[in-house]
Design a binder for this molecule. Structure first.
Ligand SMILES: Cc1cc2nc3c(=O)[nH]c(=O)nc-3n(C[C@H](O)[C@H](O)[C@H](O)COP(=O)(O)O)c2cc1C
Length: 148
């Protein structure tokens, strides 16, 4: 059974650490058959993980214990028919202008606050971010995509 899990959290590490952790996470996810996208804004992380249920749970359990963020809130857990991002262990979106442009498409002019979005809006946000990631990965990486 395949599951999707979305959470958001309060970021507690700098940009260099985010890139390092994303590179390791991408390799680990790929070896497990888990895929995902991490959005790293200045103060907030948002991540979607997809894969076999037990493995998504296992990866999320170690993420939830990680001291590089706090206040981890699960926003969506659901069964899915197929992976949305089969190509990646993990893509990282850390371009703030891009993040905020996507946010405005989904959340309008409200403050950049993941807790203001419902599960459907969160899914839309990740769908747009991932379409972007796939487009940019083919061109130039203004968006940083970390691949295993
Ligand atoms: C915001 C954030 C996202 C992370 N995403 C992943 C991930 O997708 N996959 C992964 O294996 N580790 C991820 N990690 C790292 C894990 O928390 C953890 O450090 C790593 O899995 C090693 O876990 P362990 O020390 O319990 O073995 C993430 C950490 C943070 C702070």
């Amino acid at each position: 059974m395949l599951n999707r899990l979305v959470y958001y959290s309060v970021r507690a590490c700098d940009d260099g650490e985010v890139i390092r952790l994303a590179a390791r996470a991408a390799a680990r996810n790929e070896s497990l058959g888990v895929t995902g996208l991490l959005i790293a804004d200045r103060t907030v992380f948002m991540q979607i993980l997809e894969g076999p249920r037990a493995l998504v749970s296992q990866v999320f359990a170690s993420i939830a214990r990680d001291g590089r963020h706090t206040d981890v809130i699960v926003a969506d857990v659901s069964e899915i028919e197929a992976l949305s991002y089969p190509k990646w262990g993990l893509a990282l979106l850390n371009d703030r202008e891009k993040i905020h442009a996507i946010w405005r498409r989904v959340g309008g002019d409200r403050l950049w606050e993941p807790r203001l979005l419902n599960a459907v809006q969160l899914r839309a946000l990740f769908r747009i971010a991932m379409a972007d990631a796939q487009r940019v990965a083919r061109d130039a990486p203004a968006l940083q995509v970390v691949m295993a």
